[in-house]
Design a protein around this ligand. Structure first.
Ligand code: HEC
Length: 130
């Protein structure tokens, strides 16, 4: 009986089944895809406010969003929308004008849960396919 326990333990470690190696794999390309983060209610939470269509929800529809913004801007925006709104670069000014938000002091976009750098990159990779 005890041998089985030892065997399972050794086999588990040998095949990398420990909890530690599962955590370590996140963000190394095997983590959740940008699309699943976008539609996740607990992580990215983007789909709570955005449709992937030319249709407004809380925020603008994100169909063709890759034609509207640079990848670099998107990474900054998803990292810290409030900061990008305040810094008001040319690209942000253009967006405010297009969305008719010139007089809005702060952005209404809030990131539901903190995202890691890898998760942000994955979400932006997904946005770039739209
Ligand atoms: C609480 C609602 C909310 C959530 C959650 C949210 N957004 Fe937004 N988003 C907005 C609003 C509202 C705007 C328009 C700017 C404004 O009015 O402040 C916007 C603007 C944008 C834009 C620019 C669109 C354009 O037409 O130029 C992109 C891209 C974007 N969001 C991506 C995302 C992504 C990716 C996520 C998830 C990580 C996300 N948003 C989560 C509300 C939200």
């Amino acid at each position: 009986m005890r041998w089985w326990i030892v065997f399972l333990f050794v086999a588990g470690s040998a095949f990398g089944c420990s909890g530690e190696s599962i955590t370590a794999s996140t963000g190394s390309g095997i983590g959740p895809s940008g699309k699943s983060l976008f539609f996740s209610r607990t992580k990215g939470g983007c789909s709570v406010c955005h449709k992937v269509a030319d249709k407004k929800l809380v925020g603008p529809g994100l169909e063709h969003v890759s034609k509207l913004h640079s990848r670099e801007w998107l990474v900054q925006w998803v990292t810290d929308p409030a900061k990008v709104w305040e810094e008001n670069s040319m690209e942000t000014v253009g967006m405010k004008k297009r969305l008719n938000k010139n007089s809005q002091a702060v952005t209404a976009m809030k990131i539901m849960n903190p995202l890691t750098k890898e998760e942000i990159e994955a979400i932006v990779d997904y946005l770039m396919t739209l």
